[in-house]
Structures are given as C-alpha cells and as structure tokens.
Design a protein around this ligand. Structure first.
Ligand SMILES: Nc1ncnc2c1ncn2[C@@H]1O[C@H](COP(=O)(O)OP(=O)(O)OP(=O)(O)O)[C@@H](O)[C@H]1O
Length: 499
C-alpha cells in the first residue's frame, strides 16, 4: 500500500467519527474527484449506500445522478482557482428524493503548499428555505402586480375624477353665469305675459311661432320697434324643447362695441386690464338653451364675421384664449332694420344675412292690426290701474277711436306709455288721454316727406323739446315709447347728433 494511503487512512480514521456527527452532508474527495469518504448525513439525505459511494467518481454516484453540470463547473473550473468557494447554489432533480436545492461549500485541503490532497465538499440542503423564499417572492410579485394594477386603476380613476371635476366645474360656472344672468333679467322686470291680440296678422305670427318652435332652426324676428319682437322670441323659446333652460338675451345695440365680443364669447382671467376673473360669454351660458340676439342689425362688422363662424361651426374662442369652445345654442335674432338694405349698403355681411334669414317672422306694426288695439287697451288699462291703485275701467268710444286711428310709430310700447300717462291723468273710472294723438297723427299725415325723413324730424323734435334728455323720466325715449338703446341706435342710423 502506498504511503499516501496510510497517511490518508490515519487522517480519515481521525475524522470519520466527527464527520458522522455533523448534520450537514459532507463529502471528502481525492484530487481525481473520487469519493474518499462521505458522512452519515450524506448517505441519509441522498439515499446512497457507503458501498456504492467510496472510491466512486462523484459524477457517477447514484447511477450517475450526480453528473450535474454546475457541480462540474465548481469542481473543475472554479475550485482550481480558489482554495475555498462557498455558497455555490445548485438545483437538481434526483430520481428518488426529488428536486433539491443545494448550497455547496468547497474547500481544498493541501498536503503541502502545492498539492491538493483532499477536497471537502459540504452540501447544505436549502430546498425548504429556497422554496419558502420562492413562495414569498411569488407572493411579493403577485402583490406588486396587484398594487401596480390598483395604482394604475387609481390613476385612471383619479384621471376620470379630475375630468369629471373639470366638467362639474364648467357646468357650475355655466350655472353660476346663468343664475347671475337671470338675476339681471329679473331686475329688468321682463313682461312675461301672453301676447295679446286676435288680428289675422298676429295669428299668422303665432302660427309661425308654433311651426318653428320645436326645431333648432335659427329664427329672425323682424318688425318695427315696440311691436313685440322680444315677446315672439320668448314665445318660440317657451314652446321649444329648451324651455326649461333660460332664454339668454344680448342687446347688440346696448353694449359699447369694445365690450360686445367679451359679452358674447366671454374672456379669460387677465385678458385685459380689468378682467380679474374668468367670465363666461352669453354663447356659453346659452349652451343647450336659446340665445336671443336683439337688435342684431347694430352689430359692428368685425363682430359679424366672428358671429358667422359660430353660426356655421358652433365654435369660438374666449377673448384672451386660443382654446376653441363648441356650443349648442339655438339662435333667435331680432332687428327693426331692413337687413337687405343694410347688406346693399355694405353695413351687414351678406353671408350672415343668409344664415339668419332661414326662417323670418315679421311682426306687423300696430297700425296694421287695429283690431288688436281694444284688447291691448283693456289689458293695459286694467294692469296699470291695478298697479297704481286706480279704478279706471271705462274707455269712451271716442278715446278708443282716437287710439285706433293713431299711427303708432312706437307700436305697443308707445301705446303702453300713452295709456300709463292716461291712467295717471284719470280721476274717475273714465280714461282720459293726456297725449294729443290726433295732433301727432295730423302733423305726420300733412307731411309729404319719406317715412325715414319724417321719423328723423319727429325724433329731432322730441329731443329738442326734452333738451336732448335721452333716458329717464320725461325723456325723449319715454315720449317716443322707445327704450333708450333703441333711440340711440335710431339716432345713429338717422345721423342725429346733439348740436
Ligand atoms: N301683443 C302684445 N301683447 C302684449 N304686450 C305686448 C304685445 N306686443 C308688445 N307688447 C309689449 O310692448 C313692449 C315692447 O315689446 P318688445 O320689447 O317685445 O318689442 P320689440 O319689437 O322687441 O322692441 P324693440 O325693437 O324696441 O326692441 C313690451 O312691454 C311688450 O310686453
């Protein structure tokens, strides 16, 4: 027997006993990687017998089940470069004992400094820990995925909530603007009573109102001042599907030209010096409702083109913003101007006129529906008497025929004003007129001038009599039965300027 063998044997005898007492499976290999000795734990863990182990090449153990590529890598490539190599993880599927996850710790034991005498291979069975670790990792992975999905859903939810919040904010702004608008409207004390009259002319107008109310068609209401064009617009809205929302009104003659754009389309905060908050325009307030553009004939040309765009595409931008806003507002426009003539004179855009003139309704002047006058007189005398606490309820025949024969350039509004003055002037139940309606009529009928020239003279006359007081009590507007914006528009149109 060679000397090495004896030395080894002596060494092994010493270690065999305590190798067996170590719980971790251990293998002692010779430099050719044959098993010199294995401990009890190895035999038990890997179900191999000592007689099939000692002297056998490690890869041939258990029917070559130990022919594991990673083990080869450790023993033949890594270990020759290192004296010790720990925690080398190997997973392998054994026939009898199943899959094992092992942590290998290898160490070279030298006889002298140069030659390896033995290799100690400690095999830590970490299958359970590893499986538990993998199980935990799987849980963590699943949980992370769940959290990522939940996060994504939360983000989507947040985005949806933000979008909904924006929509709510926009709706709130619209509602607030509509409410503010309605407050102003109430201050203006609109007359919401029915349209009085039974003349054929009026019946035809009401027939047309019913015919068009239900659709979304643009309506153009034409007629002299005070004939009841606004009442017609309100009536169309009242019969339409949009009746539960407001009829939003813009008087194009009442606003200074520099404010109309912002009034119609709104402005952003800071759009101009005085705009310290965002303001919705009438188009936005009227989204889903009806927009009544009164005195549209007075709209400056540059705004007519902007209006045309809204009519064509329903789109516009707020002043100071480049964001396009789309609205669905039903348009009713009114004017006492002859728009065809305005187009010819280049004061009104032809394309806008076509857009507006889809469904014109003309309100006949009061002098052309004389049969409405007694009904209107009764209605207004009663109403005014009630308001003033008077008991005027008799209209003498001669008074009624004077009223019926009068020209009524200011139409129903003028009639209303004349009757108010008459009721104030009447001390008993009989109505006494204050205004000299005969005189005014004769004065007009004597004239051979055109209606326009006559109108100019008459307005000038009244303005001079009132010292050019345009609005308020005893003003030209009151005498003429016009509202002050209409009077101002008239003055502009007829080129009347204060001397
Ligand atoms: N048929 C009617 N029945 C009852 N009131 C009427 C009638 N027509 C007009 N009015 C009254 O006459 C006044 C003027 O009416 P409205 O403002 O509708 O006229 P308009 O044609 O729009 O005038 P403008 O062109 O000056 O704006 C209002 O007080 C209105 O209630």
């Amino acid at each position: 027997m060679p000397e090495v063998f004896f030395e080894q044997k002596a060494f092994l005898d010493i270690f065999t006993k305590f190798l067996d007492s170590i719980r971790e499976p251990l293998l002692l290999l010779d430099p050719d990687l044959k098993v010199v000795k294995a401990n009890l734990s190895f035999y038990m863990t890997f179900c191999v017998k000592p007689e099939n182990t000692e002297g056998v090449l490690i890869y041939d153990l258990g029917n070559r089940q130990w022919n594991i590529p990673k083990l080869k890598e450790l023993l033949e490539e890594i270990l020759p470069q290192n004296t010790v190599f720990n925690n080398f993880e190997v997973e392998h599927d054994f026939e009898i004992i199943g899959t094992k996850v092992m942590r290998l710790n290898a160490r070279r034991i030298y006889k002298d400094t140069k030659h390896t005498q033995l290799i100690l291979l400690a095999i830590e069975d970490v299958t359970e820990q590893e499986y538990y670790k993998r199980h935990l990792e799987k849980i963590v992975k699943n949980r992370t995925a769940q959290l990522a999905t939940a996060k994504q859903e939360a983000e989507q939810g947040k985005h949806a909530a933000e979008t909904a919040l924006c929509e709510i904010k926009a709706l709130k702004e619209q509602l607030e603007a509509e409410r503010a608008y309605l407050k102003e409207e109430i201050k203006l004390e609109h007359n919401h009573e029915n349209i009085i009259g039974n003349s054929d002319g009026l019946k035809y107008v009401l027939y047309k109102v019913e015919q068009i109310a239900d659709s979304n068609t643009t309506v153009l209401v034409l007629g002299e001042t005070g004939t009841g064009k606004e009442l017609v617009a309100r009536s169309i809205h009242g019969f339409s599907k949009r009746k539960n929302r407001s009829l939003v009104k813009v008087n194009c003659a009442a606003l200074p030209p520099n404010l109309i754009e912002s009034e119609l389309f709104g402005h952003e905060k800071g759009a101009f010096t005085s705009s310290n908050r965002l303001q919705l325009g009438r188009f936005e307030i009227a989204d889903g409702a009806t927009l009544f553009l009164d005195e549209i004939g007075e709209l400056p040309l540059e705004l007519q083109s902007k209006l045309l765009r809204v009519f064509q595409d329903g789109e516009f931008e707020r002043v100071g913003s480049s964001k396009t806003i789309k609205v669905d507002a039903r348009i009713i426009a009114a004017t006492n101007r002859n728009l065809e003539e305005e187009v010819e004179k280049g004061r009104f855009r032809k394309d806008l006129w076509y857009r507006l003139n889809v469904f014109p309704i003309t309100m006949p002047p009061l002098r052309e529906r004389v049969t409405d006058i007694p009904l209107l007189v009764d209605y207004y005398v009663q109403k005014i008497s009630r308001r003033l606490g008077k008991t005027v309820d008799l209209v003498p025949q001669n008074v009624m025929s004077t009223i019926q024969n009068y020209h009524w350039p200011g139409n129903v509004r003028e009639l209303e004003n004349v009757l108010e003055r008459a009721v104030i002037n009447s001390s008993g139940p009989k109505l006494h007129l204050v205004d000299d309606l005969d005189k005014s009529y004769k004065h007009l009928s004597k004239n051979q001038k055109t209606l326009k020239a006559l109108e100019r003279d008459y307005i000038l006359d009244v303005l001079e009599q009132t010292n050019w007081k345009v609005s308020g009590a005893n003003s030209a507007a009151q005498i003429l039965g016009l509202n002050r914006s209409t009077l101002r528009a008239r003055m502009r149109k007829l080129n009347i300027v204060k001397p």
